[in-house]
Design a binder for this molecule. Sequence first.
Ligand SMILES: [Zn+2]
Ligand SMILES: [Zn+2]
Length: 354
Amino acid sequence: MKIWAMVAPRTPLKLIEVEDPNPKGTEVIVRTTHCGLCHSDVHLWEGGYNLGGGKVMSILDRGVNLPLAPSHEIAGVVDAVGPNADGVHVGDKRIVFPWIGCGKCDRCKAGEENLCATMSPIGLLRHGGMAQKVVVPHPRYLVDPGNLELGLGATYACSGITANGAIRKLEIDSPEKPVVLMGAGGLGLSAVALLKAKDHRNTIVVDLNSAKREAAMEAGATAFVDGTASDLGAKIKDAAGGPVPYAIDFVGNDKTARVLFDNLAKGGRVVIVGVAGGELNLSLAGLIFVPRAIMGSVVGTIQDLREVVALANSGKLKPLPIERMPIDQANQALQKLIDGKTTGRIVLEHNNTD
Ligand SMILES: [Zn+2]
Ligand SMILES: [Zn+2]
């Protein structure tokens, strides 16, 4: 099969031929029809994450083997099943849950494979959606898209569940309380749409690019704050009607985390999702006098994926804007994402005839 492979950091993806996969045991081979591009793919391609304080987490030190087909937002059609793979058949359309845990630890057994210490994600430690075929270790990682179009369905495997997982962690106790979302990229817009689908009625979006206002309001935001404002904290509190009970940071840099944390209400919480990177110094006494929680959230669970797909099938979850490009333009697509020249999600479409 062909894969569009990352061969070295910051080097154009290359079309190469690798051995066709053969399913063993419980494995299922999915022929990729669509794969979404995520900012994590950009970090992968750049070779690492900014950990703050001048430190970088190198993807090569984290066990990534090159060449590798990126993309962890995958949908397609079952192409072959192993002898012990029950419940799926050749020809079934499926969305792939890519966050594969060991299956044995307490987190995996609790259904939180995304928190497994030895997680081995598809598109990161195994070939992802930029391969013509993807090896899925077990049918339990496949979700029936129902009546969803597969290009849209693919995006739920990361942007959908990451937004859902972060919203879940807020433990929102009233549909009227303000939720502040920093960043109106693919993830932020997913969160806006999910909150609306869950009947939340007070969602404030902050973004540096006021051209994103329209997309945010269209997705269901109730207010938009221009992130370039010099008194951004005051502007956010104005929009929220006071200190903020709930916030999600889809950017995750020194400035965004700072402004959200500093403007939380007593008992408020901020969930950090974006990995732009940086550091946050906290006053420990301040954390007590205005008790607040700051926590990280990484992707989501298979249950998040089922929930998001069900909401989308019910018609309550508005689809994100998707920009479709042929897989042959994988490099141009990646560049577009790096340049920030996209609203919503880029989905690459495979040409399944060769
Ligand atoms: Zn992702
Ligand atoms: Zn595990």
